[in-house]
Design a protein around this ligand. Sequence first.
Ligand code: NAD
Length: 349
Amino acid sequence: MDVFGKLSNYDFGEVHFRLDKATQLKAIVAIHDSRMGPALGGCRFIEYDTDEAAYIDALRLARGMTYKAALAGLAHGGGKSVIIRPKSRFDRVALFRAFGRFIEDLRGHYITAEDSGTGLEDMEIIRTMTKHVTGIDPSHGGSGDPSPFTALGVRRGIEACVKFKLGKPDLKGVHVAVQGVGHVGYYLCKELHGAGAKITVADIDPHKSERARREFGAAIVAIDDVPKVECDVFAPCALGAGINDVTVPFLQAPIVAGAANNQLAEPRHGNDLHSRGILYAPDYAINAGGLVNVAQEVRGYDAAAARAQTLKIYDTIYDICERSKRLNAPTYKVADMMVEEKLSAVARK
Ligand code: NAD
């Protein structure tokens, strides 16, 4: 594997590896950029076919965190950790304690949090070994579930898009189709319902769609139909790559704005949306509320301050919309440019 070539491709940075045979820990901490402050980002714990796949995943995700944190105006750089899930039986407590020691050895240069495959219980185990961990239990001064904050930021982002594209000052009567009503999608429906929006949902889990119908009066459509709903806003809140060759031609909404990470299957789909006149809220700009919330935890958790900062996502999204119009450039490129401007103003450490 071309280790340094890959680092160069992703414009890194530094990477740390730890093998602990006794617990089967195989972990990678990727610190993409720490110009803005200590790197902050979640710990992914999933199976990988190869070590190389885990390494690339860590690099890709860490780079994304630099962009998300910088655009949200946080004093943090981007990092991510990946633990390769053992294929044989393992002791979860021992493994996450070993991971905690690894994080402690990095002395706060990287701060970890939850991600796919990890949860609050794992953060609590890590906490026994290091203080450089967020997303811990509120009873221990942690910030708890980030999803309500992510949803709040997405609602604010949708409001900015609706104002910019449709000239409406609020969401009363605005029709939003939400794809995926899991953690964030559920709270987003709650926010939208509170703001007087009309909601349509789709989820592969019928119980989740049904809950949205019961609690927020949402209409339910089939999974394949949700991108085709005639509505004002399509809100992808399920998995990534929802904006792709199949869905782009069918989109009816003038706005795409949702919580999912990596919504564009490829960057060219962002160009397609732009040429079709569909306003796209860049994913890492609109879904930063959860990160804002855990970043607050680093300084001693203050929910009101986290909320106030999350509300500012409106301004960021509106700014992106204005620049995109002025430059006639796709919004995802504008967001990247805004981050690169911010980063280049600060010298690398
Ligand atoms: P989740 O797993 O709780 O919810 C995802 C939901 O999507 C589930 O209910 C699932 O059944 C449904 N789903 C899966 N495939 C679907 C499909 N094809 N069509 C319709 N529904 C489908 O996850 P989450 O925490 O709510 O995160 C949702 C998205 O937002 C992810 O992309 C995540 O990376 C991103 N995100 C989450 C947070 C957060 O605070 N949780 C923060 C930033 C970004």
